[in-house]
Design a protein around this ligand. Structure first.
Ligand SMILES: *Cc1c(COP(=O)(O)O)cnc(C)c1O
Length: 391
């Protein structure tokens, strides 16, 4: 055998490596010993190993773990949270169908509804998160999205009521339940048909992976989604699955600590000078609190504050000079973040009454005292500089 051939015949068969962790097997091609096994390989499409894009050991392990976390029959893993949302849309909807999406939904999901679904002949209707959905469902409506609480605005939705209204008219319900993670909200047990997670947030948990999931309670939905995924060419790398599995192991301790710090800071911010309102459904005075109490087992560590509009010119002085909080999108990682938002532009299809700036705050694993001091100084800058400017 020549060297080039020998180099290509490395024997990788069954090295004993009894580690605690899931192995990362990189591979596109799966090889078969017989002609018949090769010709039959598509039987392994849903659960086994037919081609690297459709399944590898770390992916199968992660699918099982997410299904367990969601109380699901099956879970699919997608290259991002946004990819999971699009997968559900393109599986549940076809030309002529209608979809209802709350105005409080994740911004890129609403943009994709206009940019992708509407040109495909799907009728897109945006609805206020507190609307009576039963009055909005038409004979065309096949899918209703819920997201509780909403992105930036933190509006709660009555998911069981929406599920009942949708199912009564033969429509399915998809929930983007990223905020509380499956530990805080079990979407399927509330009747939702497609439970979507941006695993990029709490589940992977370290701001270094982009991944999503869709969990379902039955095999037939799983197969429809998996078939669509094949058509879309979605795949996820073994390394990313590995990182997400690693994050999963600490999910509950991270969530406990981060959400406790977030609630402590939300309470501390509530009623402070410069702050008009704190939007966090676990606060007793939040309009969404009764629903949160009824349906949720926990809270995320993301909430928003509405700031006094009189000082809005000083938003940059507040946020840019924070020493621990960084300005950035995404959340659910170890580091605390702030993200300002123009809610009037974001909620263009419903009314956003408040005129002050909104800042979304995502709490990480830093000490609560340090985060509070950082916010306290920031709020002083927010108001003090205003007084200087007014002189
Ligand atoms: C971040 C996020 C997404 C999208 O996840 P990506 O992995 O970044 O695509 C979807 N929904 C919500 C609520 C999110 O916060």
């Amino acid at each position: 055998m020549k060297r080039d051939t020998k180099l290509l015949h490395v024997d990788a068969s069954d090295l004993p490596f009894p580690a605690l962790t899931v192995p990362v097997h990189r591979g596109s091609t799966i090889v078969f010993d017989t002609v018949n096994e090769f010709l039959d390989r598509h039987r392994a499409f849903y659960d086994g190993y037919a081609y690297g894009l459709y399944g590898h050991p770390a992916l199968r392990a992660l699918e099982k773990a997410i299904a367990t976390l969601e109380g699901a029959e099956k879970a699919l893993i997608t290259p991002s949270g946004m990819a999971a949302i699009t997968l559900v849309n393109l599986t549940a909807l076809q030309a002529g169908d209608g979809v209802l999406i709350p105005t409080s939904a994740y911004g890129p999901a609403r943009q994709a509804a206009d940019a992708l679904l509407a040109p495909l002949g799907i009728d897109v209707t945006f609805y206020p998160p507190d609307a009576d959905v039963s009055t909005l469902i038409s004979y065309r409506t096949r899918l209703v999205w819920v997201e509780a609480p909403g992105s930036f605005g933190m509006e709660m939705q009555d998911v069981p009521a929406i599920v009942a209204a949708a199912h009564a008219r033969g429509a399915e319900v998809a929930a983007d339940a990223t905020w509380a993670s499956p530990l805080g909200f079990q979407a399927l047990s509330h009747g939702v048909d497609y439970a979507v997670q941006a695993l990029s947030k709490y589940v992977s948990g370290h701001s270094d992976v982009l991944m999503g999931s869709v969990a379902v309670a039955d095999q037939s939905r799983f197969r429809r989604l998996k078939d669509r995924m094949k058509a879309l060419g979605y795949g996820v790398s073994p390394d990313d699955c590995y990182l997400t599995l690693r994050g999963l192991g600490t999910l509950s301790v991270r969530m406990d600590r981060q959400s406790a710090t977030a609630l402590e800071l939300a309470r501390w911010l509530d009623g402070r000078d410069g702050v008009t309102r704190v939007l966090h459904p676990a606060l007793v005075n939040d309009p969404g609190h009764p629903i949160w109490l009824r349906d949720f087992a926990g809270a995320g560590s993301v909430f928003s504050v509405l700031l006094d509009p009189r000082y809005s010119n000083n938003l940059a002085a507040f946020l840019e000079q924070l020493s621990i909080f960084r300005i950035g999108a995404s959340w659910g990682g170890l580091h605390s973040l702030v993200a300002p938002a123009d809610m009037r532009a974001m909620r263009s299809s419903s009314n956003w009454a408040d005129t002050g700036p909104l800042v979304r705050i995502s709490i990480g694993l830093e000490a609560a005292e340090d985060l509070r001091d950082d916010l306290e100084l920031g709020l002083e800058r927010y108001m003090r500089q205003f007084e200087n400017a007014a002189q």
